[in-house]
Ligand binder design. Structure first.
Ligand code: BES
Ligand code: ZN
Ligand code: ZN
Length: 491
C-alpha cells in the first residue's frame, strides 16, 4: 500500500476520513461533496467527536459510492499520541472493512490536534499497521483492498514524518512476520538468516555465533536451555556504528526463545500454541536495528539475540542442574520454564565483555506475571538508572507503546538465593510474589556496573484478539519503542 501527500484535490477516492475534535469544527478543508451529509450527521447529533468515536455514512457522488468516516479525537486537553493513534487506527480499520481502495484523510480539519511531528508520524504509521495481515498459510486469501492513502495536510514537516513512518511501520511489520511464523519454520538458524537479510538490506554487519564458539565463550546458561532441541542454538549479533567517534555503545538484547515448551516444567496445553511468540523480544531487536540503520541515526548500537528452543528430550536440561554462566556465576536451575533469564544472562555478559556495550537494554517475554500486574497493553520496565527510564518514558509516548516502571526491590532479592549455588533462576516455592520484579532482579545480577533497562513484553507481544492496529497474533511491540529510545539517545 502506498501513502502520499494529497496533491490533486479532485482526484478519485472511495473513502474519506475526517477527524473532529469535540468542538466539531467544520472547516473549509472538507471536500464540497461531503459537506451536506457531514453537517447533517453532526446537526442530527449522530456524531459528537468523542475520543475514538467512529461514524460511518455512505453517499452517492458522481454515480459512485463515497464512504465517509468521521473520527472523534475528544477534547483537546485530554488527547495524547496514543489516543490519536487509536482513533485513526479505528478509522482506517473502518475503511478497510468497507473495502475501500483509496482513502483520503482530511488531516487539516483537526489541524490544532494533529500538527505535531510525532502525531503525524504515528497517524501515517497506523495506516500501514492496520493494513497488515499474515496470510501465508491461507489457501484462499481475500487480501486487503487498500491501495492508497492520501493525506490532505499543510503540515510543513509532513514528508519527513511520512518517510520515518514508513520505515517504522515496515520494521514493526517485519517483527510481526517473524513472530507469526510457526515454530517448525522459525528456528534459531532461520532467525539468524532473517537477521542476515536485514543486515544486507541495511548495510549492517551481522555475525552468527554457532554452538562451538558459544561453548568456547562459556555461554553455558544459554546453551543449557537449548540442549533439549535438535535445532542448534545461535547467538545473533547485529552491529550498527553510526557515531564512530563516540565510545558509547548501546546494547539491545532480545529474548529469542523460538519455542518455550517450559522444558520438564512443561507448560499447560492452553499456553503452548502461542509459545513461538517467545522470541518477540528478538523480533523487536531485529526490527529496531533495521529502523535505526535505515534512519541512519548518529549512535552506536549492538543487537545481541540469544536464539534457542526450550524443549524436552533425553538431552534437555533438568531442574536441579547447576549451570556455570559466562559471567562465572553459578546458577541453580530450579525451574526449566524460567529459561529466558538464563539466555539473557549470558547474552548480556557477552554484550558487555565482548562487544563492549556501555548501556544495556533487554527486551523479553519474561514473565506471565506482567499481565497480572499491568494488563495486556502495558509493558513492565525495571531499571537501575533514572535517566534511562526518563528516556524510555519519553520514547514510549512517541511510540504509542505503553510502559510502566516496577521497582528493582532489593527486599525481594533474597528469594533468588540458593543453598548450593550463587543464585537460583526462580523463587519456586516462595510466597513472596512479584514475579516480574524477580525476573528483573535476576537479570540485574549480570549487568555489572552498566546503566540497564529491562522491558518485559510477555502480554503486549501478542494480541489474543484483533486490535484496531493489529490482527490477532504477534504485535511487534517494542520495535518502535526501542527505535525511539535509541533515537533519543542519538545526536
Ligand atoms: N515465556 C514465558 C513467559 C510468558 C508467559 C510469555 C505467558 C508469554 C505468555 C517465560 O519463559 C516463563 O515461563 N516464565 C515463568 C517464570 C516462572 C517459572 C518463574 C512464568 O511466568 O511463569
Ligand atoms: Zn518459560
Ligand atoms: Zn519463555
Amino acid at each position: 500500500m502506498e501513502l502520499a501527500k494529497l496533491k490533486v484535490k479532485n482526484a478519485h477516492y472511495d473513502a474519506l476520513i475526517i477527524p473532529f475534535g469535540s468542538e466539531l469544527e467544520i472547516t473549509s478543508f472538507i471536500p464540497e461533496e461531503a459537506n451536506a451529509p457531514v453537517n447533517a450527521a453532526i446537526e442530527g447529533g449522530f456524531f459528537k467527536g468523542e475520543d475514538g468515536e467512529i461514524y460511518k455514512l455512505s453517499m452517492l457522488a458522481e454515480g459512485k459510492i463515497l464512504n465517509i468516516v468521521l473520527v472523534g479525537l475528544g477534547s483537546k486537553d485530554k488527547i495524547n499520541n496514543r489516543s490519536l493513534f487509536l482513533a485513526f487506527s479505528k478509522a482506517y480499520s473502518a475503511c478497510k472493512k468497507l473495502k475501500a481502495k483509496t482513502i483520503r484523510v482530511v488531516l487539516d480539519n483537526a489541524k490544532e490536534y494533529i500538527e505535531n511531528y510525532y502525531v503525524v508520524e504515528k497517524i501515517c504509521e497506523a495506516a500501514l499497521l492496520v493494513d497488515y495481515e499474515f496470510n501465508e498459510y491461507k489457501s484462499e486469501v481475500k487480501p486487503s483492498t487498500l491501495e492508497r492513502v492520501e493525506f490532505d495536510t499543510s503540515y510543513d514537516r509532513f514528508d519527513e514524518a511520512l518517510a520515518e513512518a514508513i520505515v517504522c511501520a515496515e520494521s514493526t511489520i517485519l517483527a510481526r512476520n517473524l513472530i507469526n511464523q510457526p515454530p517448525a519454520y522459525m528456528t534459531p538458524a532461520k532467525l539468524a538468516e532473517e537477521a542476515q537479510n536485514v543486515g544486507e538490506e541495511c548495510n549492517i554487519e551481522v555475525n552468527i555465533i554457532h554452538k562451538p564458539e558459544a561453548e568456547e565463550l562459556g555461554m553455558n546458561a544459554f546453551l543449557a536451555v537449548g540442549k533439549g532441541s535438535v535445532n542448534s542454538p545461535k547467538v545473533i549479533v547485529m552491529k550498527y556504528f553510526g557515531d564512530k567517534d563516540n565510545e558509547d555503545i548501546i546494547g539491545l538484547i532480545g529474548k529469542g526463545v523460538m519455542y518455550d515448551s517450559g522444558g520438564y516444567c512443561l507448560k499447560p496445553p492452553t499456553s503452548l500454541p502461542t509459545m513461538h511468540g517467545d522470541m518477540s523480544g528478538a523480533a523487536a531487536v531485529v526490527g529496531a536495528m533495521r529502523a535505526i540503520a535505515k534512519m541512519k541515526l548518529k549512535v552506536n548500537v549492538v543487537g545481541v539475540i540469544p536464539a534457542c528452543e526450550n524443549r524436552i528430550s533425553g538431552e534437555a536440561y533438568l531442574p536441579g542442574d547447576i549451570l556455570k554462566s559466562m559471567s562465572g556465576k553459578y546458577i541453580e536451575m530450579n525451574n526449566s520454564d524460567a529459561e529466558g533469564r538464563l539466555t539473557l544472562a549470558d547474552a548480556i555478559t557477552y554484550a558487555i565483555r565482548e562487544q563492549k556495550v556501555t548501556k544495556v537494554i533487554d527486551i523479553a517475554t519474561l514473565t506471565g506475571a506482567v499481565k497480572i500486574a499491568l494488563g495486556n497493553k502495558t509493558a513492565g520496565i525495571i531499571s537501575n538508572d533514572d535517566e534511562l527510564v526518563k528516556i524510555a518514558q519519553e520514547a514510549s509516548e512517541v511510540a504509542c507503546e505503553k510502559i510502566w516502571r516496577l521497582p528493582a526491590d532489593k527486599e525481594l532479592r533474597h528469594a533468588l538465593n540458593s543453598s548450593i549455588a550463587d543464585l537460583k533462576n526462580s523463587a519456586a516455592g516462595s510466597t513472596i510474589g512479584g514475579g516480574t520484579i524477580l525476573g528483573g532482579l535476576f537479570i540485574q545480577e549480570f549487568v555489572e556496573d552498566k546503566p540497564w533497562l529491562h522491558i518485559d513484553i510477555a502480554s503486549t507481544n501478542w494480541a489474543h484478539e484483533d486490535l484496531p492496529y493489529c490482527p490477532k497474533g504477534g504485535t511487534g511491540f517494542g520495535t518502535s519503542l526501542l527505535y525511539n529510545i535509541v533515537k533519543l539517545m542519538s545526536k
